[in-house]
Design a protein around this ligand. Structure first.
Ligand code: ZN
Ligand code: ZN
Length: 185
């Protein structure tokens, strides 16, 4: 044989339950190195080539050869776990808060309020989270609180203030700031 498994590969395949006869049969099929298993790709294909191979053995051989868990490959899931977009990090110590975190909870690491306390432009109460607990208005950034209060004075609806601020360009906001200054006299 011009190409064959290295002694190490033979021992590894032996520990996984591949017999000498099966190794020889694999060689006859042109499977003579670890990378040849990668070409085969999965345990099912391997067993189609070599039906005498036990399914468990085929699976563990493929896991070894391709470096991937067969179940993960089958379900299409990689090892990367994506964080959901609404994960909350503590504003004081940046610790990621647990999944069951809800607005107003204290940080699991430093014990402070994990989210910033924002003032409501509509009813002037304050609290954590995205929406005012008193009146339901969507909070805006503290830096834009005065802009939101101006919009309220100018008759913009409660539900529309935050939306309108988000849709504004910096130039729009500069104009609005001009009106805020004017209104101060
Ligand atoms: Zn913290
Ligand atoms: Zn409010």
């Amino acid at each position: 044989m011009a190409e064959a498994f290295t002694p190490l590969e033979r021992s590894i395949l032996g520990t996984k339950g591949v017999s000498d006869e099966q190794l020889t049969a694999l060689g006859a099929l042109g499977v003579a190195s670890k990378s040849d298993f990668a070409t085969i790709g999965d345990a099912d294909t391997l067993r189609q080539l070599l039906p005498t191979l036990d399914p468990g053995v085929a699976s563990s051989v493929m896991t070894w050869a391709t470096g991937a868990s067969q179940s993960a490959a089958a379900s299409g899931q990689g090892p990367i776990v994506l964080e959901s977009a609404d994960v909350v990090h503590c504003v004081h110590c940046h610790t990621k808060q647990p999944k069951d975190y809800s607005s107003g909870d204290l940080c699991t690491s430093c014990g402070k309020q994990a989210e910033p306390i924002l003032s409501c432009y509509w009813c002037t109460s304050s609290g954590p989270g995205t929406f005012c607990r008193q009146c339901g208005a969507e909070f805006v950034a503290t830096a834009e609180l005065e802009l939101a209060m101006l919009l309220k004075r100018e008759g913009v609806a409660k539900e529309a203030v935050a939306v309108q601020l988000k849709s504004m360009t910096q130039a729009d906001k500069d104009v609005l700031w001009g009106r805020v200054r004017k209104s101060r006299g």
